[in-house]
Design a protein. Structure first.
Length: 158
């Protein structure tokens, strides 16, 4: 695998831009990414907002697919032990604890440049897009050029 100018592996930071403008589309995409990373043996942290978003994600992961089971746990603090390989956290995860971090919440993790894999998921909702642009700029300030997967382009042609 090639490395960037700072010696970090390329392709470990992704932005997913969805054509839908719903929160449920973002959560479903996060569940798909979680299942993929989990099936590869990764420890996955889903960074989300406390309350409604975390509860909706928790419910989705329990019902996501009849063929798969994604054991997970809601974590009150980043320092909480998580025996499962999937954790839901409304805070800043520690890079040593997680292989893949998926960001759905309002805040980019403090050590965003130190995770093996980092994915951010935005819908077409203007408020969510604005926050995604801010996260993108923050990553660039850290010297990271995320790969952008813009599913909106294909949806516009349909």
């Amino acid at each position: 695998m090639s490395a960037d100018a700072a010696g970090r592996p390329e392709g470990r930071h992704w932005f997913y831009l969805l054509p839908q403008d719903t929160e449920s589309a973002r959560l479903l995409h996060a569940a798909r990414l979680t299942e993929k990373a989990w099936s590869q043996g990764d420890r996955v942290c889903l960074v989300c907002n406390a309350g409604e978003q975390m509860q909706a994600l928790d419910n989705l992961l329990w019902q996501y697919s009849p063929e798969s089971f994604l054991p997970h746990r809601q974590l009150a603090e980043a320092s909480d032990a998580c025996p499962e390989r999937v954790g839901l956290l409304a805070g800043h995860p520690a890079p040593a604890d997680w292989d893949t971090v998926i960001v759905l919440g309002d805040t980019l993790p403090t050590d965003a440049d130190r995770f093996r894999r980092l994915a951010l998921i935005a819908s077409s909702d203007p408020q969510i897009l604005s926050r995604a642009r801010s996260h993108f700029r923050q990553l660039r300030e850290l010297g990271i050029e995320p790969r952008v997967h813009d599913a909106r382009k294909g949806a516009q042609r349909a």
